[in-house]
Design a protein. Sequence first.
Length: 123
Amino acid sequence: MNLRIISAIMVGGALGALARFYISGILPVYKEFPVGTLMVNSIASLLLGYLYGLLFWGIGLSAEWRLFFGTGFCGALSTFSTFSYETFSLIREREYFLAILNISANVIITIGLIFLGFILARR
């Protein structure tokens, strides 16, 4: 792996982690529902769908840019491990409705946003 690729992933990851920190920090928790995690997962899904759409529709991006956005930025921004932990915590606290809502919202919204990003890339 060359230095440009490593640098692209590192810089993208650092920016994605900072974005995650700030987005999660400014959004309130609504009755113990982790809104910040849902938001960062949603944003990362939209961006990743858009990136995939650009590539699918023939818009060429260098390997460095693909890795910067996909692996670096979106990888650090998306918080699936946090989502899993928060869902587990809700189950452990017997907040079953909120746990199911968290799972459903994260899965349905993020898959929908992957689709939206993919469609937007075609325009």
